[in-house]
Design a protein around this ligand. Sequence first.
Ligand code: SF4
Length: 147
Amino acid sequence: MYIVSACLAGVKCRYDGRDNTCEKVVKLVEEGKAISVCPEVFGELPIPRKPCEIVKDADGLEKVLSETGEEYTSEFIIGAEKTLEIARVLNAQVAILKAKSPSCGCGKIYDGNFNGTLVDGDGLTTRLLKKNNIKVYTEKEIDTVID
Ligand code: SF4
């Protein structure tokens, strides 16, 4: 069983109320091979919501902030923990998550300056899944993952 980002599966759960439909992810869900998750909704954030990025302060401490400075770190952490719980219940070994998101991103995320610049790194949910030995891929890598 795969865990997949709900927005890739066609759910309109993005910060702006839109989706990121990826037909191959939709097919996995339809075939019963994947369960969709949205960590930010699991963290009880609304749809739509303010877009957030992971920001480092002067001491290198990371926080999840909106562009106008509201902090949502605890919501993102709760969402990551709930996603891990679901992965464990399903015994999922692999997740296919939306690239660049502060929750779901894998390998590259926005740099915290809200100007579209990417840096090396993972979203908070991806970090927690990887720490628990779940392999995470983005939708761009889906062909290398699915049979
Ligand atoms: Fe998609 Fe993940 Fe953002 Fe939810 S948290 S909208 S699943 S990228």
